[in-house]
Design a binder for this molecule. Structure first.
Ligand code: NAP
Length: 287
């Protein structure tokens, strides 16, 4: 297949992703693949600013020196204080993963929740009404996942994080929206039993990325009727997903969520249809 090579010129627009560390990010691969395939004169580069440099980067986006940016760990909440206009979705999730400027006003949006919703509710036809979900981890990604579960009317949501304070903060944030969902914080020793009773299990911790990581949930707790979603996409099957699949559960990894959220940011910036297929192909088969 003919490969379009990105050519940098005096008119090339620059997009970025900011985070620290950032070297592992797949976002540059998928965005640059989309610019290249769609013939858009732009490039997307990773930046690893220190905390005191984040405001400066926000200014560069505000004044269109940088045409738009994604934001990842640990700055998704940090950037909120520099934003002029927060979208409703960013308010709901409580963090920002996409920056863009309109008339020199810095806008903050979040596309993570949409990525998760599309892959779970649409692609995998998960019906949340009358369902019980357990979510492991209460960090940045979990905020997006939990707000989408609640806004899509999941009946019961149980959250566990090794940092109890973080789980409490997330619960308070979710409760401020008066969702009908019954939200509870659980302890480590309740995880296995509640997993057994849950229709949906979501891993929003980084546990599973390394070969040496422990099992998050005992393999006896999975069953055929469950959906088990791991936000991790590398490896494509974590120990959690392998265990769940062995017991016949429906498993989903984080790859589609990543492609959907990236395609949505791209669409906002370039005002084109979200290039989901290009991004998904790049993540699956790109070098
Ligand atoms: P984060 O903000 O660091 O949150 C992770 C949370 O999990 C932290 O509160 C952490 O506590 C907690 N935790 C760690 N080990 C735990 C355990 N054994 N049990 C329960 N909680 C535990 O990270 P994040 O941004 O939410 O990302 C989480 C994962 O999702 C990462 O693997 C990331 O790559 C993935 N992700 C995927 C996508 C996608 O599009 N597929 C998007 C975003 C994130 P401590 O801080 O105390 O360690």
């Amino acid at each position: 297949m003919e490969e379009n090579i990105l050519k940098i010129s005096g008119n090339t627009k620059v997009y970025t992703v900011i985070g620290n560390p950032i070297h592992h990010s797949k976002s540059p691969n998928m965005h640059n693949a989309a610019f290249s395939k769609l013939g858009i004169n732009a490039c997307y580069v990773p930046l690893a600013p220190n905390e005191n440099e984040v405001e400066h980067i926000c200014d560069l986006v505000r004044y269109n020196v940088i045409s738009g940016s994604n934001v990842t760990i640990p700055y998704k909440e940090e950037v909120v204080k520099y934003i002029d206009v927060l979208t409703n979705e960013a308010k709901l999730i409580g963090s920002v993963n996409t920056l863009y400027s309109i008339d020199n006003k810095l806008h903050g949006h979040n596309t993570d929740g949409l990525g998760f919703s599309r892959s779970l509710f649409i692609d995998n036809s998960f019906e949340p009404a009358e369902k019980k979900a357990i979510v492991l981890g209460a960090g940045g990604a979990s905020k997006a996942i939990c707000s989408k579960l609640c806004s899509n009317k999941i009946s019961s949501l149980l959250i566990f994080d090794i940092d109890h304070e973080k789980a409490l903060e997330l619960k308070e944030h979710l409760e401020s929206f008066n969702f009908k969902t019954d939200i509870k914080i659980i302890s480590q020793n309740e995880v296995d039993q509640i997993s057994k009773e849950s229709d949906l299990i979501v891993n929003c911790t980084p546990i599973g990325m390394k070969e040496s990581d422990p099992e998050l949930i005992n393999s006896d707790c999975f069953k055929k009727t469950q959906f088990v979603y791991d936000l991790i996409y590398s490896p494509s099957k974590t120990k959690l997903l392998i265990s769940a699949e062995t017991k016949g559960a429906k498993i989903i990894n984080g790859l589609d969520m990543l492609a959907y959220q990236g395609a949505e940011s791209f669409s906002l910036w370039e005002k084109v249809d979200p290039p989901y297929e290009i991004m998904s192909q790049e993540l699956r088969y790109g070098k």
